[in-house]
Design a protein around this ligand. Structure first.
Ligand SMILES: Cc1ncc(COP(=O)(O)O)c(C=O)c1O
Length: 390
């Protein structure tokens, strides 16, 4: 699927015209039902034999949820999308749908903490092994014929490391693996991995897609053929999205374009401020020329996103506790600015040696920059960081 419309227009208008909806409702119809009626057994059998487009049960699919799936597929430039009850449901169902016992994954090491736990404690129970690499250069050494999937994030959580989409797609193809990316941090507004040859895109829709910290959801996008086993796995594992969250997700996506433009702009201002602060030892933001993935980010992203991570030399928790305008909370991607320390939030519970290998330190602070006035947050950081310069 590819639309000639701008992404901002696509976000607002969706792919269906209101005249296609019952009563011509300008908003999408919210279909709050768990089950669907059939006129008689003949029509039920026609459905079961795939001869009618009827719905049967919301765990399988739901008209409201399907409209949002169409919208997300279009935004990512994919053939099909499947929605889930969370980003973790999308990730776990994807791997269980694509892989069999004995198969292996090659993954970059610095992934979101939940994904790390899925890889190290859950998937091994299904006899699916995950091999971590620090860079794509290590793939050749670690590859064996059981490796079926190359998984990565770009930008990564929380280090905002940039991996080349083009290189990932090529390496995966050369080794006969499927490439799967978690595109949560970038969003389809800033980055479309399928365009670069990546096979499957996964999102935690809880974040920017929803955008208002009011729902949990996940999405998978890619070619229909590759998504079919994932859909079948969703039907039995049951991590399906409920229609109310689907409705809220659709409403959130209407403003994705406007929100992302503001997130991109605000985060850049805050990253530049932090870069110039004497008490800040490192700033991780792909929009900064000094970021070592900046050139690749410029090639494959149309905006650098709303996430900024930085390090101080000491007393990171005190700095966090002195912030008054930022909200101390897990998650990201909402309209409001949040602050957290990865070691106590997204990466809590990961052994220290593994954190060190990932590059995550106790003095690291992650900011999810919202769409408010950035000056208020620069002033907040300024007063909090004073303890380090006084
Ligand atoms: C990059 C990334 N992927 C996946 C997830 C999991 O998403 P969810 O919390 O919706 O299950 C998160 C959550 O923080 C995340 O940051």
């Amino acid at each position: 699927m590819s639309s000639s419309k701008g992404k901002g227009t696509l976000c607002v208008q969706g792919v269906r015209k209101p005249t296609e909806f019952p009563w011509g409702s300008v908003n999408i119809p919210a279909c709050y039902t768990s089950t669907f009626a059939f006129k008689n057994t003949k029509s039920l059998i026609e459905y079961l034999e795939g001869k009618s487009e009827h719905f049967i049960y919301t765990r399988y699919s739901n008209p409201t949820v399907e409209l949002v799936e169409e919208q997300i597929a279009e935004l990512e430039g994919g053939e099909r999308s499947i929605l889930f009850s969370s980003g973790m449901a999308a990730l776990s169902t994807t791997f269980l749908g694509l892989l069999n016992s004995g198969d292996e994954i090659i993954s970059i090491r610095d992934v979101y903490g939940g994904t790390y736990h899925l890889f190290t404690s859950a998937l091994p129970k299904w006899n699916i092994k995950v091999n971590f690499v620090n860079s794509f250069d290590e793939i050749e050494k670690i590859y064996n014929k059981n490796c079926k999937v190359l998984f990565f994030e770009t930008p990564t959580n929380p280090l905002l490391k940039i991996y080349s989409l083009k290189d990932a797609a090529k390496i995966a193809k050369d080794f006969g693996m499927l490439s799967v990316i978690d595109n949560t941090f970038a969003t389809p507004y800033n980055q479309n991995p399928l365009k670069w040859g990546i096979d499957i895109v996964v999102h935690s829709g809880t974040k920017y897609l929803g955008g208002h910290s009011d729902i949990t959801c996940g999405a998978v996008v890619g070619p229909s053929e590759l998504l079919e086993p994932i859909y079948k796995m969703k039907k039995v594992l049951g991590g399906s999205l409920d229609p109310h969250s689907g409705y809220l997700l659709y409403r959130g996506i209407k403003t994705l374009g406007a929100r992302m433009a503001q997130h991109n702009q605000n985060a850049m201002k805050i990253a530049q401020y932090l870069e110039s602060h004497p008490a800040v030892t490192n700033v991780y933001y792909p929009g900064l020329a000094a970021h070592n993935g900046h050139q690749i980010a410029c090639e494959q992203m149309t905006g650098f996103g709303g996430m900024v991570t930085f390090e101080v030399s000491s007393r990171a928790s005190e700095v966090v506790d002195r912030l008054k305008t930022f909200i101390l909370a897990v998650s990201l991607g909402g309209v409001e600015s949040l602050v957290s320390q990865p070691i106590y939030t997204s990466h809590y519970g990961i052994p220290e040696t593994d954190l060190r290998k990932m590059g995550i330190t106790p003095e690291m602070i992650r900011l999810s920059i919202g769409i408010e006035n950035p000056e208020d947050f620069i002033a907040d950081l300024e007063q909090a960081l004073q303890i380090l310069t006084a």
